[in-house]
Every structure is written in structure tokens, then in C-alpha cells.
Write a protein that binds this ligand. Structure first.
Ligand code: MG
Ligand code: MG
Length: 255
């Protein structure tokens, strides 16, 4: 069931989203060559703690996971697509890092992700990151009252396919509200004019993930969480929580 949020709920979700944005900014600020993924997680934890927020990631255990998630961010490096567990790995020059973070504040969730390069960037990675971000913007622009879910997927998928990137079919965006993952699913590819009609008060996480090698195939690491490109090419991920309103899409996970 797709829950329609009240305007008061949208305001409350904006505050949760602001905490997520702060945490991602802080992580990006400390991410540098030699810094460990666990240190990035600690940085995000401090931001959540200071804001009085909790983490919807910590202890999360969806059907596919063998263990509860042990951190407040996902940190996915290079060929890891999403769901990377922050561990003792220390960032190296030229790494491509995707950080995903959520927050629960006053009972409402926010969810966003960003990809960026560490140290000296590879031109191919810059293009991948930029294209993923552009696809997110295209998806947000399509999230308007009167359009349909397929329009969002079409907008995202068109950007990725035009660039020659792979798009894993089984993972994408989702409704969000009192819980991080709600109906409806928000696929990263779709047919224009098809699918669920978009209404004022729907809140969704839009999250393109693109694979530079061009194949859609991925593998799951032995940890049961980390999704990795099957061709070992690099991947990027970009996400915002977005409210669909009569005044147009409202991005809730901005600073
Ligand atoms: Mg996320
Ligand atoms: Mg999400």
C-alpha cells in the first residue's frame, strides 16, 4: 500500500532529510587517502547522535541478508555497487566511493547517497559519477503530480543507457516514511506513461546506480551484503528522498 503523507509529515521528513545531508557532508569532508571506512561510519554516527537521530541502517536485516547490518552508512568502493559494510579498509588514491546514509528523526526516515572520487580522480570515474548524478536529477524532474512511476524509471534509465552503462534490475528506489523501505518500488528503468500515477504526498527515494562496464550483472560478496559488479568495472550510486507535491518535486535530503 502506498501511504500518502500529510503536509505536516512532509515537514517532519524534511528535518530527517536534513540530518542525512549533514551526515553525508561530514563523511565527504573527512574522506581522504588513508582514512578507513570505519572512521567514515564513526563520523556519520556522531552527526546522527548530535541531531538526536537514530539509524535505520544499523541492525537492519532484510530478507536477503544473513546478518543485521552493522553500521550507519554503506560504504561501497570501486566495483562495489551498494550495501558495502564499512570496515578497516583505508581509502587509496583514485578510489571511487559511494556512501549511503539514513536517519530516523521523530519517527520519520530519510535516505540519501552520494558517490565521489578520493585523491586523483580517473576521468572515467568522473564521467560515471557525473552521469549518475544527472540521472538522479532527471528522475527527480520526472517526479511530478500527473506523471507515472514509469516516467521516473524512463528518465533515469535513458541517461544511463545513453552513456553505455549497466543498470542492475533488482535494486532501485522505494517509498519511504515511517519506515525506510515502503511501497512503491521505484525502478531505475521504466516505460513512459506506465505504472503507478504520482500524487501529492507520495515520498520516494530515487536512487540510480550505474555500472561503468556496461553489463547489468552483479554478484553478492560472501558477507551477504555487498553487491559487486560481475565484470569488476566500477559503479556509482546517487540518491535523494523526494516528496511529490502539487508545487513540484521537493528534495528532502538537502542541507
Ligand atoms: Mg540509501
Ligand atoms: Mg534507498
Amino acid at each position: 500500500m502506498v501511504e500518502i503523507k500529510t503536509d505536516a509529515a512532509l515537514e517532519a521528513m524534511r528535518e530527517a532529510g536534513r540530518v542525512v545531508a549533514k551526515a553525508l557532508e561530514a563523511v565527504r569532508g573527512v574522506a581522504a587517502v588513508g582514512v578507513s571506512l570505519r572512521e567514515l561510519d564513526e563520523t556519520a554516527r556522531e552527526v546522527l547522535r548530535a541531531a538526536g537521530a537514530s539509524s535505520p541502517f544499523l541492525g537492519y536485516r532484510p530478507h536477503f541478508a544473513p546478518t543485521p547490518f552493522p553500521a550507519v552508512i554503506c560504504a561501497s568502493v570501486n566495483d562495489a555497487i551498494v550495501h558495502g559494510i564499512p570496515d578497516g579498509y583505508r581509502l587509496r588514491d583514485g578510489d571511487l566511493l559511494s556512501v549511503d546514509c539514513g536517519a530516523m528523526l521523530d519517527g520519520w526516515a530519510g535516505d540519501a547517497a552520494v558517490s565521489f572520487t578520493v585523491g586523483t580522480p580517473r576521468p572515467d570515474d568522473q564521467r560515471l559519477v557525473e552521469t549518475t548524478r544527472r540521472a538522479l536529477e532527471a528522475g527527480i524532474a520526472a517526479a511530478v503530480v500527473g506523471a507515472r512511476m514509469g516516467d521516473i524509471g524512463h528518465a533515469i534509465g535513458s541517461v544511463g543507457r545513453a552513456a553505455g552503462y549497466g543498470i542492475p534490475a533488482d535494486f532501485g528506489g522505494h517509498g519511504i516514511g515511517r519506515r525506510m523501505h515502503e511501497d512503491p518500488p521505484v525502478p531505475n528503468e521504466g516505460r513512459p506513461g506506465r505504472g503507478l500515477p504520482l500524487r501529492h504526498g507520495m515520498v520516494i527515494a530515487i536512487e540510480p546506480m550505474f555500472l561503468a562496464g556496461g553489463s547489468d550483472a552483479y554478484l553478492t560478496d560472501p558477507d551477504g551484503w555487498t553487491l559487486r559488479t560481475a565484470d569488476r568495472g566500477r559503479a556509482a550510486h546517487s540518491e535523494h528522498t523526494v516528496a511529490i507535491t502539487d508545487d513540484g518535486p521537493r528534495v528532502l535530503t538537502l542541507p
